[in-house]
Design a binder for this molecule. Structure first.
Ligand code: ADP
Ligand code: DP6
Ligand code: CO
Length: 329
């Protein structure tokens, strides 16, 4: 019999202390704890139905049929948990550019973990959902929760999962994504961080630095100290990109427009408008600011970038089920 058809929505998240390197590549156990903010503007909707009539998994993304190797490997984990051998039809829509450094893999695997497990009748706790999402993409384990979230690295499948720090923020943080290029990047996060762990001479310094950044950032969040939060996030991101520059072969995610955006943020700051930048594995720059300064900052960014390039996000919610459609008998 067909299982119910379950649709889940999960939002992306922006890491303020980044995950950049695995200790265990198969189980996706990271080298350091990371801390993120889930974002309302960017998300993935995914519908899953397991069906005895299928002879293989099927996967469409934004209406287009896709290769299924990664999805099948992930669904195998869910099938094993539920002792099922059914194949699934997976239909996903990204309300975020795919593979452009805007964390589509985070919202994607958080939504798939929730929809897929629910379709097979599993009622996983948030912790177990986070552990499951992690197996698809590390950053996805944080997108199970809203607000500020910490991924505790742990040292095993059982102990590596995210925990919510502040689910409902009572301060007005904004993130402006400056979309420099929404095309797919050349070096996927997975490959980039693998090269870095194996070859950067600075990798152990990164692990040490990220621990310091993490505890300082948790303190800043507790104190609602925006200046500290911004400084830590910006510095941590640049350390991550320094690893890429120091790898063999070296690589980077910067484009000319990324540098232009970062310099503009520094200039705004010089003019007394407080804002900070961060960048992930892609050329797009994210500007962190407070709601009170959003309009003034947007006005100035608009002089250099078009309206379509400037996307504003606030803190967003955790993953949730949108719809369960029961199969006809
Ligand atoms: P990003 O910066 O967008 O997170 P990554 O390099 O981390 O880019 O990950 C891209 C991976 O996530 C690719 O394997 C891509 O196929 C997968 N992905 C993106 N969106 C979806 C989706 N909605 N469902 C399943 N997989 C997805
Ligand atoms: C730079 O979670 O996309 O965005 O676990 O290999 O799927 P895989 O990688 P992914 O890496 C995210 C890297 C980052 C930083 C972060 O989100 O913490
Ligand atoms: Co990703």
């Amino acid at each position: 019999m067909k299982t119910p058809k379950v649709t889940a929505r999960a939002h992306t998240n922006i890491a303020l202390v980044k995950y950049w390197g695995k200790e265990d590549e198969e189980l996706i156990i990271p080298q350091n704890n990371s801390l993120s903010l889930t974002l309302d503007h960017f998300y993935t909707d995914t519908t899953v139905q397991f069906d005895p009539d299928l002879t293989a998994d099927q996967f469409t993304l934004n209406g287009q049929a896709q290769e299924t190797t990664k999805i099948t490997k992930f669904l195998d984990i869910i099938r094993q948990m539920a002792s099922s051998q059914l194949f699934a039809r997976v239909e996903s829509t990204n309300h975020v550019p795919t593979m452009a450094g805007l964390a589509s893999s985070a919202s994607a695997y958080a939504a798939l973990a929730l929809a897929g497990s629910k379709a097979l009748g599993l009622d996983l706790s948030s912790k177990d959902l986070s552990r499951l999402a992690r197996r698809g993409s590390g950053s996805a384990c944080r997108s199970i929760y809203g607000g500020f979230v910490e991924w505790k690295k742990g040292d095993s499948d059982q102990t590596s999962y995210a925990v919510p720090l502040v689910e409902n923020l009572d301060w007005d943080l904004k993130m402006i994504a400056i979309v420099v290029n929404d095309k797919q990047k050349k070096i996927a996060s997975r490959a980039g961080m693998q090269t870095v762990v194996h070859t950067s001479p600075y990798y152990s310094a990164w692990v040490k630095r990220s621990k310091e950044d993490l505890s300082a950032l948790k303190e800043a969040i507790k104190e609602k100290d925006f200046t500290q939060l911004g400084k830590i996030a910006e510095g941590n991101a640049m350390c991550m990109h320094a690893l890429n520059l120091s790898a063999t072969p070296h690589f980077n995610y910067f484009e000319a427009e990324s540098l232009k955006a970062m310099q503009l943020v520094e200039r705004l700051r010089g003019q007394g408008l407080e804002c900070y930048y961060t960048m992930d594995a892609g050329p797009n720059v994210k500007v962190i600011c407070q709601g009170k300064d959003l309009e003034a900052i947007m006005d100035l960014l608009s002089q250099e970038f078009s309206a379509e390039q400037l996307l504003v996000a606030s803190a967003g919610p955790g993953a949730r089920i949108l719809e369960i459609e029961n199969a006809e008998r």
